[in-house]
Design a protein around this ligand. Sequence first.
Ligand code: ATP
Ligand code: MG
Length: 392
Amino acid sequence: MKEIVLIKNGEIALKGLNRRSFEDQLIRNMKRRLQPLGHFKIHNAQSTLCVEPLEEGIDLDEAVCRLQKVFGIAALCRALSVPKDFAVIKQEGPRYLAGILNNVRTFKVEAKRSDKSFPMKSPEICREFGGVLLEAFPHLRVDVRHPDVTVMVEIRDFNAYIHAGSLPGAGGIPVGTGGKALLLISGGIDSPVAGYMMSKRGLSLHAVHFVSPPYTSGRAREKVETLCEKMAAYCGTITFHCVPFTEIQEAIRDHCPEELFTIIMRRLMMKIAQRIAAEEGALALVTGESMGQVASQTLSAIVCTDDVCEMPVLRPVIGMDKGEIVAIARKIDTFETSILPYEDCCTVFTPKHPRTRPKLEAVRAAEAQFDFAPMLEEAIRNTERLIKEAEE
Ligand code: ATP
Ligand code: MG
């Protein structure tokens, strides 16, 4: 008899022949997040994963909290695992459920019997176990339509499980099943959300951040590293690349027309990012651009940016309003960090009147006025590479 966590995986169930590899990746991702809490065994119990602590005193609340951030899990619940013997279920069930049932007024019992050799059928389990609970908790009433709590009895291959309903999981598909992408991360609200969204669809992430000291401070960079650590609770390990960008920005300032500063800077960022992506085996870039949010995110500006991109640029928040992006940032706990008031290199030398409808030919011609190539090489050479893990 032991408390465990049951995992209902979501879309993986639809994956047909690939199902096995998705499930294996999910289990690896779960183990990585649980490992600091102690030893667990994870095994498959008929389309449901069962997470079993192998040590005394493991913090299951924390385990559930961590698992709620692992993509590929639709729902999860703490449950009591007992032998498949109704006498034991009757005896142990009320004790296990007391904490919950003492605080509600109505309940119902549902049973799921995937082991068809179990001698009682589902309606009988519900009826009998419901009776046991009514006797143990005389304040309770049965309400089959709108119960405060639905008690589940699941009879599976090796064990029976008793629980009182599930919690939502993070959804999505397991990180690492969809290849690698490189996120351009600023200290803002949007790019961490963009990274989270692509990770949710199974991509593992690298992140690149451009810094321009002394115009941008060490604290601004630390803020971005903190954002990566917060994202890593969902996205798994993130390899962080920090690119020194000061010289390039100064060269743009000195050699390009002011109203095109931002757009040229963004093109050069993309060029560097693609090189890093290629070196790391990432197949796409990810940005936090949202259509029309600022001058560099109009459709014409995006045409100019994408002109230098040979790999796909994924922009998952492109059609979202700020409020919608903020809601996700709050949910994933990056918002409070993102709004810390440190400078970003994008706000260094910002033109007073940036072009909102830049013409591609004009941008290309302006950029060609100066040979940026050696500086780009130098920046790539001096890029720092760090591994970011979730805060323990
Ligand atoms: P965010 O909230 O992500 O900062 P934003 O709305 O402030 O986005 P911009 O500052 O124009 O918009 O940046 C657009 C996108 O460019 C960002 O979402 C990010 O992907 C990328 N970006 C901006 N600044 C940097 C930087 N210093 N390093 C890496 N990528 C950056
Ligand atoms: Mg920004």
